[in-house]
Write a protein that binds this ligand. Sequence first.
Ligand SMILES: O=c1ccn([C@@H]2O[C@H](COP(=O)(O)O)[C@@H](O)[C@H]2O)c(=O)[nH]1
Length: 235
Amino acid sequence: MTDRQTGLIAALDTRDPTQAERWAHAVTPHASVIKLGLEFAYAAGFGAVARLAAGRALFLDLKLHDIPNTVGAAVGSLASLKPAMLTIHASGGSAMVAAASAARNDAFATTARPLLLAVTVLTSLDDAALAETGVAGGARAQVLRLAELALRNGADGLVCSARELEALRREFGESPVLVTPGIRPAGAAAGDQKRVMTPGEARRAGADWIVVGRPITGADDPAAAAAAIAAELTS
Ligand SMILES: O=c1ccn([C@@H]2O[C@H](COP(=O)(O)O)[C@@H](O)[C@H]2O)c(=O)[nH]1
């Protein structure tokens, strides 16, 4: 049980800048951060990312994963977008995380540094799917292993499922910023997400932020859906 405040990040996954703008407007003020990722950036381009992010806090979820030199350079290339949060994959290894952290520190002014978040194990993977990739021992053990690697090499926080929150807080304490996708209000379709929890469960387990996409963007009334999720975070 925790008394921390848990914020809502709205994942605006679409190719269409007009749709994204409509959703961004609808989720305000219930979500204090908007998340744009691969679908939007690849289809609409980084100019559209910049336009949508103007005046808003941006979680730029590009999940960088490459050799250290390339990832470091890519982090530097993103500075003009002034994101509040950036993602890399922890499984890229110690040197890659360290390169991203160094580039973040070099490319951004101290007062405008984005949080560097390391994705541990995607919330769409269960133990069986992870085993297929050669990782035995289950998602929780792998999340803890990658969390240690990422935090030791300069990440500010982690992307994980809410199911790992209690173990991560036990192991690493209160300071890492823990961001949890795979959130589904009671009764919502899980879709491709495997390690899910409700907004209230994630808050009680210690999430700093929850990320919610389709339960908001697929709702008949996205503003009402975002309001209901935000209310669950404060009740
Ligand atoms: O492990 C991860 C990392 C990132 N995501 C992203 O979060 C949203 C979730 O969207 P839903 O529609 O609520 O499932 C999406 O943009 C993913 O790319 C994740 O789900 N899991």
